[in-house]
Write a new protein. Structure first.
Length: 345
């Protein structure tokens, strides 16, 4: 029996299948938990995970993330989904400890072997990162999806939030952009094998640099860039007083020539335009290529980190010790009257 490809069964790809920002706001409207005795952060803070105080200064990180296939290889899909979910713990400055799997699978269409391969991929990532995959839940679904619910730990004093930037901070990005556009090309059969392998390599690269970064006073804020694109997640870091100024020329791309070609052919995810619709009023004007890049929904994207400018060399040295590339893409600015919080130069 010839099985269909994974991506042919998904209406979206990876984090590109997220509900659009405006609709998500409506869904979450008036949802406020009354029991908050030990809750340090919940969904109302728009951070990457919830934080619950446990004992003394110790806190527990709770998050879950799942999505539809972004590649056709089930083993690679499991690795990507697991890496993406675990990255939410790293984005809070925490250490991932354990995970539960979340699986929806069309058994009659894809069979059980491919679902087993997805779990093997996830288990391999968990083992490599010291995370115990202890169980999960599965359902039959017409559209396949997979992800993890992850528990981590962090000192309550060392939690890194997406808020906390200071004027003059340097902005760093730890991964190149373009996974949304490249996954759209893959879905349309327009991505060759070398670029598929390149995409998978980046999507399965964990953001381990984030673990423990909260102990360094020169790191002021952090998030990861996923479904809302660089534009949306940058704006989550902004405040009424502070915005970001980002150099388009300094933005790292997975494959710059390919990304420009895909942009010219309008091979972009649907959520690219949804992101633009949600955030364009808070951004300076963007060219077609610029909006395709900064609104591109990323899967397992890099960390976006605000670092004290006086300590940038110390931060870069720290990243170098861990053999992690970091790219300075801009700075934090004070917003003057009439200015947009997201400025692309």
């Amino acid at each position: 029996m010839v099985r269909p490809s994974l991506t042919s069964l998904s209406t979206g790809s990876g984090c590109g299948c997220k509900i659009a920002p405006l609709e998500l706001e409506q869904i979450l409207d008036r949802i406020s938990p009354k029991v908050k005795t030990q809750v340090l952060l919940d969904h109302q803070h728009a951070d990457d995970a919830a934080i619950i105080r446990w004992e003394g200064e110790q806190a527990v990180i709770m998050t879950n993330d799942f999505f539809t296939p972004i590649v056709d290889d089930p083993l690679a899909f499991g690795k990507i989904a697991a890496t993406n979910a675990i990255n939410d713990v790293y984005a809070m400055g925490g250490k991932p400890i354990a995970a539960l799997s979340i699986l929806g699978w069309p058994i009659e269409v894809l069979g059980t072997e491919s679902a087993n391969a997805v779990l093997q991929g996830a288990n391999a990532v968990c083992n490599a990162l010291g995370v115990a995959l202890v169980g999960g839940h599965s359902i039959e679904s017409k559209e396949p999806f997979f992800g993890l619910s992850v528990t981590g730990s962090v000192s309550a004093d060392h939690v890194l939030r997406n808020k906390g930037m200071q004027e003059g901070d340097c902005l760093y990005l730890t991964k190149p952009i373009g996974s949304g556009m490249m996954s759209s090309a893959l879905k349309r059969g327009k991505l060759d094998n070398p670029n598929i392998e390149l995409l998978i390599d980046w999507l399965t690269t964990p953001n381990r640099l984030g673990e423990g970064l909260g102990q360094y006073s020169f790191v002021h804020a952090m998030t990861d860039v996923t479904g809302f694109g660089l534009l949306g997640h940058s704006l989550e870091m902004c405040s009424d007083e502070l915005g970001v100024s980002i150099s388009f020329e300094q933005l790292p791309l997975i494959n710059a020539d390919l990304i420009k070609s895909l942009s010219g052919g309008f091979i972009v995810p649907n959520n690219t335009m949804r992101n633009l619709k949600a955030f364009h009023e808070r951004s300076t004007k963007l060219s077609a290529l610029q909006l395709h890049v900064v609104c591109d929904p990323q899967t397992s994207g890099g960390l976006l980190i605000a670092v004290d400018a006086d300590e940038k060399l110390a931060f870069e040295a720290l990243a170098k010790e861990q053999v992690i590339s970091v790219h300075q893409i801009g700075t934090v600015k004070r917003i003057k009257e009439g200015e947009k919080p997201f400025e692309l130069i």
